[in-house]
Design a protein around this ligand. Structure first.
Ligand SMILES: NC(=O)c1ccc[n+]([C@@H]2O[C@H](COP(=O)([O-])OP(=O)(O)OC[C@H]3O[C@@H](n4cnc5c(N)ncnc54)[C@H](O)[C@@H]3O)[C@@H](O)[C@H]2O)c1
Length: 486
């Protein structure tokens, strides 16, 4: 049964948490006094679904159900975890956490999304304050993996461990702050940059767009993979960090930055910021800008996944967990043919003809083969794998954006090293056959890099599938070769 999260506050961050939890398979009960809360959460969820479909082909858990409730007590009652994302005012958060804590079981962990308030003070009026931690996320919560955890004076160590486990289960990267400090780690860094950005505009050194360009064409590209320390180690050349510090250390004394000095937010400065920001947005609304941001983030995270690095490594690990948790087969188990994979045609699969590019069919068949290998119990860590050595595809129909697809797999033959399979790809809506792929897979000893017999457990599983498929008629297209009859 799905677990339930209690959400207190459903604005930019609370709506993002709703999406992260719901798409992670949790039910959510949301309390927010605003009459717009349900609409905002619904719009964020739609954007989040779209982003996640582009981000990963891994089998996501069944989406949870969102209910909007009328009191903080109702949100917390029966919840397994509570996430507070009310406005950044200590009094509001303190009252809210105190009320909700009285309705929740004593074992339920509470996390506050606060950007910098101290957890000791936020927990002051709670029942069982030892179960409060800061769980500070980053916008958009449903895509960015970082969440900072910070305990207060009374926070129990297991509160941090349990919160971290919940966040990891949602594909996030918890970072535990070592001491209770204002603004934690990330916002101290961001605040310093933001102050300088405001000074640069206030002093008429740069426009808002020029400040953004100074980041996004340079350091911002690096920051997606490496923070300042690893970056500057590389900048130090072969001698590394020590050399870098010797060379640039003296420059730290120069009066380049204004540190904690803050520009006065005069009406004139606010007018300048608003006018330049409007010009920069060029008429694009917030949801449109969010989608642009999400698409770019998806591309960056996918790029990083190819290097198993940074946020890409977090995604890869989460995908492995999702694949491991997915049912090994469709509802019918050892059915004939097997039904192991389904997919939705993502908008970026569409080519200039208005339907899915042919390479995407091979991708779906490749994912079907991966599902088959998981189904027969292949353990990639065990030193053996099946490699596809030959594919013959037939393209029979077109697939358009957002259409659901599903595949079937028939085992045509096997021996101790080879699997001969036949996949068919259907449009789920009308059952139309869109493509077929016949493949030969060869079992390889991945250390020796040569063909080798599969392990006996795998062969036993394959034998069972072969027996179940023995009576299936051979598909018409099996064994076809391309030719133009004379
Ligand atoms: N916006 C960000 O980038 C960001 C990032 C990380 C953390 N945070 C933190 O997340 C929290 C929420 O920020 P936000 O940006 O989502 O603000 P927001 O203004 O978008 O949302 C706040 C929501 O809280 C609701 N609310 C008001 N009073 C409430 C109450 N008593 N109980 C429950 N809900 C109440 C409001 O109706 C609103 O929907 C803040 O603590 C903020 O510091 C914000």
């Amino acid at each position: 049964m799905a677990e339930t999260v209690g959400l207190l506050g459903g604005g930019v961050i609370g709506g993002g948490w709703a999406a992260r939890f719901l798409l992670g398979g949790w039910d959510a009960r949301l309390y927010d006094p605003s009459p717009d809360a349900e609409r905002v959460a619904g719009e964020m969820l739609a954007n989040a679904r779209r982003a996640l479909r582009r981000l990963t082909l891994a089998p996501l858990p069944e989406e949870g159900a969102l209910s909007v409730v009328r009191t903080p007590e109702e949100a917390a009652d029966g919840a397994a975890f509570v996430q507070e994302s009310a406005p950044e005012r200590e009094g509001v958060k303190r009252d809210l956490l105190a009320a909700a804590s009285r309705a929740a079981d004593a074992s339920v962990v509470f996390a506050s999304s606060t950007s910098g308030l101290l957890p000791t003070r936020l927990a002051a009026d709670m029942e069982h304050p030892e179960r409060l931690t800061v769980g500070h996320p980053f916008n958009p919560v449903y895509l960015l993996p970082l969440v900072e955890l910070c305990g207060g004076e009374r926070t129990a160590p297991e509160t941090l461990e349990r919160a971290a486990a919940v966040y990891r289960g949602l594909g996030m990267r918890p970072l535990v702050v070592r001491r209770e400090v204002d603004a934690f780690v990330a916002d101290r860094l961001l605040e310093a940059l933001w102050r300088e950005a405001l000074w640069l505009v206030a002093d008429d050194v740069a426009t808002v767009e020029e400040v953004d360009d100074a980041i996004r064409f340079g350091a911002g590209l690096r920051w997606a993979s490496m923070g300042p320390f690893l970056t500057y180690r590389i900048a130090g050349g072969e001698a590394g960090m020590r050399h870098f510090m010797e060379q640039f250390g003296p420059a730290l004394q120069l009066p380049w930055t204004k540190l904690t000095d803050v520009p006065e937010l005069t009406g004139a400065l606010l007018d300048t910021l608003a006018a330049q920001s409007d010009a920069q947005a060029a008429g694009r609304g917030v949801r449109e800008l969010e989608r642009l941001r999400d698409d770019c983030l998806v591309s960056v995270i996918q790029g990083l996944r190819a290097h198993d690095f940074g946020a890409g490594a977090v995604l890869a690990e989460h995908e492995r967990a999702l694949f491991a948790a997915a049912p090994a087969a469709g509802p019918g188990g050892d059915e004939a043919p097997l039904r192991l994979h389904s997919a939705v045609v993502a908008p970026e699969w569409i080519d200039y003809n208005g339907h899915a590019h042919e390479s995407r069919f091979l991708q779906v068949f490749g994912d079907t083969t991966d599902a088959l290998l998981r189904f027969i119990g292949l353990d990639l860590g065990a030193g053996g794998s099946y490699f596809t050595v030959e594919t013959h595809m037939s393209h029979l129909g077109q697939a358009r954006a957002e259409e659901r697809l599903n595949t079937t797999t028939q085992l045509l033959g096997h021996d101790e090293k080879r699997l001969h399979v036949f996949h068919s790809l259907y449009r789920t809506g009308d059952g139309a056959l869109l493509a077929t792929a016949e493949q030969m897979l060869l079992h390889v000893d991945t250390q020796a890099e040569r063909a080798a017999p599969a392990a006996p457990e795998l062969l036993a599983r394959i034998e069972r599938i072969a027996a179940a498929h023995a009576e299936l008629p051979r598909p018409d297209r099996a064994g076809r070769a391309i030719s133009i009859p004379a």
